[in-house]
Design a protein around this ligand. Structure first.
Ligand SMILES: C[S@@+](CC[C@H](N)C(=O)[O-])C[C@H]1O[C@@H](n2cnc3c(N)ncnc32)[C@H](O)[C@@H]1O
Length: 275
């Protein structure tokens, strides 16, 4: 079948795949991207944006990728470690509210936000008073539950697991403390909650690719980063069988297509799709 005979929607989708695949040899572009990312991170660029009024600590490109993932997965629960100012929680809640809206339109029913079956569950060791107030006063707050405590504390993990047991399609985002040990513990605790065909997104894997002295006032850096934790965790899943919370075999693949098309991402090798 030629492109002309194809369904135009499928033809365009394929065109994008082909375009992104053609970037495989773009070494110079990748090197420029690496330099740009390093410069941007050193200039606090990542702090410049907001989501529906709350500051979010992300690259705009990663916000677009997240929107695409939420639309693809259509989760009923998003679990996020690392709340900070609340921007990522509000972004998730806004996307969940949009899913509710779309479902109401498609099923010809009246949308009642108070009856949503969706939730965004945020965990942070330190939820500042002003951030909590702003999040709780936000129009999307009906979709948000916050837990204060360390994401690797066993009581917190039990609480999250108990909430998760009420949901069917779960998306996980890990964006708290970026040391290897912490992210590895978070992966062990929360990655098994990820539903099949959904994602466990590990943020700031880019720490691994920065120079040794890039984070002088932080405990993380190359070889002690979210990416090194991802490698260890995925390796262990390969070596011996692990089960997800649903009792099915737990395996993840990095969705390379996402970072290949974004170029600018703080999550290289961090878009883990449960397969
Ligand atoms: C990078 S910020 C989160 C950014 C947020 N996800 C966003 O996109 O706007 C990291 C957050 O992790 C929190 N944090 C640090 N250690 C933690 C831990 N052990 N458990 C849970 N949260 C932690 C910090 O308090 C901080 O608010």
């Amino acid at each position: 079948m030629t492109n002309v005979d194809k369904d135009p929607i499928e033809a365009f989708r394929q065109e994008v795949v082909d375009t992104v695949s053609s970037y495989a040899d773009e070494k110079e572009w990748r090197d420029l991207t690496h330099e740009w990312t390093k410069h941007a991170l050193s200039k606090r660029y990542v702090y410049n944006f907001s989501s529906f009024g709350r500051p979010i600590i992300q690259f705009p490109t990663d916000m677009v990728a997240f929107q695409e993932i939420v639309w693809e997965v259509k989760p009923d629960l998003i679990i996020e470690t690392g709340i900070a100012h609340g921007g990522s929680l509000i972004q998730s809640a806004a996307l969940m509210a949009n899913l509710d809206y779309c479902e109401a339109v498609q099923s010809n029913s009246v949308l009642d936000p108070s009856k949503s079956n969706r939730k965004v569950l945020g965990i942070d060791i330190d939820i500042r008073k002003h951030n909590r107030q702003e999040i709780e006063a936000h129009p999307f707050s009906h979709l948000i539950q916050m837990i204060e405590g360390s994401s690797v504390d066993s009581d917190i993990i039990s609480e999250v697991r108990s909430v998760a047991s009420e949901y069917q399609k779960i998306l996980v985002c890990l964006d708290s403390n970026h040391t290897h040990e912490h992210v590895y513990e978070e992966l062990k605790a929360y990655a098994p909650l990820t539903s099949k065909d959904s994602y466990c997104i590990v943020f700031d894997t880019v720490v691994e690719d920065m120079p040794d002295d890039f984070y002088p006032d932080r405990p993380w850096g190359p070889a002690n980063s979210p990416k090194s934790a991802v490698y260890q965790y995925l390796d262990e899943l390969e070596q011996s069988a692990h089960l997800g919370a649903d009792g099915e075999k737990l395996l993840f693949e990095n969705n390379q297509m996402i970072e290949d098309k974004l170029f600018f991402t703080v999550n290289p090798n961090g878009f883990l799709k449960r397969v």
